[in-house]
Design a protein around this ligand. Structure first.
Ligand code: BG6
Ligand code: MG
Length: 215
């Protein structure tokens, strides 16, 4: 396959932010009087902030007014941001920087395609901005994954047609978005959860441009 662009999900692909989301959602659940477990947290991966809140409220069997929901989502985000503000480049997942450097050296375009409205802050903290030609985040899309909007906008922003793009994703909804957008997809994680991806790897350690020859 002739690859001209690589599009990356952020949370769970470049960095493990799920632990911070978990702390913040669990604090909210605690305040509302129920327990939120790590297993519950799995359901929120790749899901937008408001949809995550709806899932959390469903788990706790709690009903809130629209106004209160917005207040709760803001509260969760304030706590989450207090953690990600302290992140450092040490938290970039193994092998990511080497792969991004290899893409730069080979003239392959790169973009972020993330549901997170905090993506710019995370990329700043990780000092990764220099490696991306475009950043499409939760502030720039109206349709959540599995809709392909975020990746189609990423491909458009770097000027490459979808059939020459590869998406890297850790969430099933993100893999589905990539395939719907007419792109190839490398799943990051376990094959059982990401069966639609053409290739699934545990992470970027020992991953190189030649690994994409299998697509
Ligand atoms: C996704 C995460 O990348 O972004 C989700 O996987 C998260 O867990 C979503 O809810 C939205 O993030 P944020 O930072 O805008 O609340
Ligand atoms: Mg993700």
């Amino acid at each position: 396959m002739d690859i001209k662009a690589c599009l990356f999900d952020l949370d769970g692909v470049i960095v493990d932010t799920a632990k911070y989301h978990f702390i913040a959602w669990a604090a909210l659940a605690n305040e509302l009087g129920f327990e939120f477990t790590e297993e519950h947290n799995e359901r929120l991966k790749g899901v937008s902030r408001m949809t995550s809140l709806h899932i959390l409220l469903e788990i706790g069997g709690v009903e809130l007014s629209e106004e209160k929901k917005i207040e709760m989502a803001d509260e969760k985000n304030t706590l989450y941001v207090s953690y990600i503000e302290k992140m450092t480049p040490d938290e970039i997942l193994p092998g990511v920087v080497n792969f991004l450097k290899e893409l730069r050296e080979n003239g392959i375009k790169t973009a972020i395609g993330s549901a997170s409205k905090n993506a710019p802050l995370i990329l700043d903290r990780l000092e990764l901005n220099q490696y991306f030609d475009a950043i499409i985040d939760g502030n720039k899309v109206s349709k959540a994954k599995p809709d392909p909007e975020v990746f189609l906008k990423g491909a458009e922003a770097v000027g490459i047609a979808p059939q020459y793009c590869v998406v890297f994703e850790d969430a099933a909804a993100g893999v589905e978005a990539a395939i719907k957008g007419g792109m190839k997809c490398v799943g990051i994680g376990l094959p059982a959860n990401l069966s639609q991806a053409q290739l699934v790897v545990p992470g970027f350690e020992n991953f190189a441009l030649t690994s994409l020859d299998q697509l």
